[in-house]
Design a protein around this ligand. Structure first.
Ligand SMILES: [Zn+2]
Length: 362
């Protein structure tokens, strides 16, 4: 047998590794922020609402100091420093209607289950018309990705709202969906996972037993991410919608600010973890918008403009377009196919689903 020179062998091995890395399947973190308006994302805190005593449960002077600036760009950066310091520079933001960037819900209901169904299945299903809707019959992009080579068992979800298990239909697909007050299971949990499991049971159940605070959902998700390295994470956060329905603009702003920080910390963590560094995308969207002026607390088909939404993405394959202007119209039914395409897959369904968003995937 002819001997392969050892140096040549190493060269092949190194080339093979480089090739494998270039073709390494991507990871994606999908963050859903319930009922966060485009107004706060692009314009920051709204003056009429932040100064109105009726809409502030606590000291409004403190929130004004924290979130107000006369300059709109400065104001929005105070509210969402990660979005405006990092995503606006290295990623893409859609939905600033003042710049001709329109993003909308396609389903006719403009509330939570139908919105998340649309985001995840690509289908604005007229039959999905209630937050109490049972297990979702529509195929979603998470279970689709879970069936692709290299992804089996590496697609997981963490949710602040218990309807998410039905929306994803874990009873059908067996995906790991961590619903409120469910523990991360397994024999070899890290201390961080064990602590996150434990403390969720001590939190005040402000919105009943079907909802958990976003900070708790985040702790569970992050501890799991660090320990298990899932390739696809759906993180479903909801404090924003709850505080807005409660009419507490100060707490709504705090929720937005905290979620921005959570996403930033997750992103920064991933830039330092060899598993995620350089091959992970974060895509962020709401399920619906909210009304304008006095109707900011509400949403639904009876509340005008609560179908106006937004979209953000950042990652190595995402062109750094920043705040996109005059992009025409994006609908939320395009997200499922876009998410799959970012990983190199073509999501199809028996349902008529939206096309991938060109400027995100190209
Ligand atoms: Zn909602």
């Amino acid at each position: 047998m002819k001997k392969v020179p050892i140096l040549l062998l190493f060269a092949f091995l190194i080339a093979g590794t480089v090739f494998a890395q270039n073709n390494k399947a991507e990871n994606i973190i999908i963050v859903s922020i319930d009922g966060l308006r485009w107004h706060e994302v692009f314009q920051g805190a709204e003056k009429e609402l932040i100064i109105n005593k009726k809409y502030n449960s606590q000291d409004s002077a403190q929130r004004i100091k924290k979130y107000w600036a006369d300059d709109q760009q400065e104001r929005r950066a105070k509210l969402m420093p990660f979005v405006w310091g990092t995503i606006a520079k290295s990623g893409q933001l859609y939905g600033n209607r003042e710049l001709g960037s329109k993003v909308n819900v396609k389903n006719p209901y403009w509330f939570s289950y139908p919105g998340r169904n649309e985001n995840l299945t690509g289908y604005a299903d007229i039959k999905v018309n209630s937050n109490d809707y049972p297990d979702n019959p529509n195929k979603n992009v998470l279970e689709f990705i879970d069936q692709q080579k290299g992804y089996k068992g590496k697609v997981v979800a963490f949710a602040s709202w218990d309807a998410v298990a039905r929306i994803i239909n874990r009873n059908r697909n067996g995906l790991m969906v961590n619903n409120p007050f469910e523990d991360i299971k397994g024999d070899n949990l890290t201390e961080a996972e064990k602590l996150a499991n434990e403390i969720q049971h001590y939190e005040p159940q402000i919105w009943g037993d079907g909802e958990r605070l976003d900070a708790t959902t985040y702790a569970l998700a992050k501890s799991y991410i660090i320990a298990k390295h899932p390739k696809v994470v759906y993180l479903d956060l909801a404090d924003t919608d709850d505080h807005a329905h409660g009419g507490n603009y100060d707490l709504y702003l705090d929720a937005i600010h905290n979620i921005d920080t959570m996403i930033g910390n997750l992103w920064n963590y991933m830039q330092n973890d060899p598993f995620y560094k350089g091959n992970t995308t974060i895509i962020i969207m709401p399920d619906h918008g909210r009304g304008e002026g006095k109707q900011w607390t509400s949403h639904g088909s009876g509340t005008p403009h609560s179908n106006d939404t937004w979209l953000m993405a950042i990652g190595p394959k995402i062109k750094p377009l920043g705040e996109v202007k005059n992009n025409g119209q994006i609908y939320q039914d395009q997200y499922a196919k876009t998410i799959a395409r970012l990983l190199g897959f073509n999501f199809t369904s028996v349902n008529p689903i939206g096309e991938a968003i060109d400027s995100v995937v190209k």
